[in-house]
Design a protein. Sequence first.
Length: 82
Amino acid sequence: MPQIQEDCYYYIERVDGVPASEWKIRAMCKECGAKVAEKKRLMKWKGSALGYNKDYDLYCTIPGCNKPIFLREQAEQSSEKT
């Protein structure tokens, strides 16, 4: 069982002057998502029930937050951070 497995939001980080094929999909925690829900198109992910890929840890990408959304089991963790 993971140490942390929370619900989150995913959104596309659109950057002016950058082709759409190079835009990135980012994650944000529930708290940050609640603050910007009406400003951005967000996809809610019920990670607490559905889970996540176990290959990497997942953190909120909103500047100043960095809250963990998914942390693997202690024995599986490495220095990777996404």
